[in-house]
Design a protein around this ligand. Structure first.
Ligand SMILES: NC(=O)N[C@@H](O)C(=O)O
Ligand code: NI
Length: 162
């Protein structure tokens, strides 16, 4: 069984089954602040069941490629957005759900400046910066319960560049 995952280009279309890929476009939705700022409005589907939205800061260790994927996780009660505080790409791993367990994982690397919002209950790898500092703002659900389901693969995958 091929346990290699080849990184593929990310686009809002390829990522759509798993979440929102957020970035500025050529034309802002609205020009504000006396013409000094473009607003790119309401770009993600946020979802926080029985809880509230929170902003946290994550300071994660950068990883080198190729890297091992030993597990994926998901948050049954809410979406989770990762907003890089640097202009650096990061690794995004997602997998479809197949009867309650993850199917074949897919790997993407964002373009600098792109933001990712995992939809509620989407299998994903943990935050994986590829360059330091691995500083991110994270918008996810604050509420009761664990809101975390982990799945450890019997055999790890190797994530490699195309
Ligand atoms: N557990 C946690 O707060 N972080 C993970 O959900 C993650 O996706 O990195
Ligand atoms: Ni997560």
């Amino acid at each position: 069984m091929n346990r290699q995952i080849v990184i593929e280009p990310i686009s809002s279309h390829t990522f759509a089954p798993f979440g929102d890929l957020i970035e500025v476009s050529d034309t802002p939705d609205k020009i504000i602040n006396q013409g000094q700022c473009g607003r790119y409005h309401d770009l993600a589907a946020l979802d926080f069941a029985d809880g509230r939205a929170g902003i946290s800061l994550f300071d994660a260790n950068p990883r080198d490629l190729p890297c091992r994927l030993e597990m994926v996780e998901r948050h049954p009660e809410g979406s989770q957005a990762f907003i890089p505080m640097t202009h650096q790409p990061f690794l995004v791993i997602v997998a479809p759900d197949q009867g309650g367990v993850p199917g074949q994982p897919q790997a993407f690397v964002t373009e600098p400046g792109q933001v990712v919002n995992y939809h509620r209950n989407t299998w994903h790898g943990v935050l994986t910066p590829l360059h330091g500092p691995g500083l991110f703002a994270v918008i996810d659900r604050i509420g009761d319960g664990t809101n975390l389901e982990e799945y450890w693969f019997e055999e790890p995958y190797e994530v490699i560049k195309a």
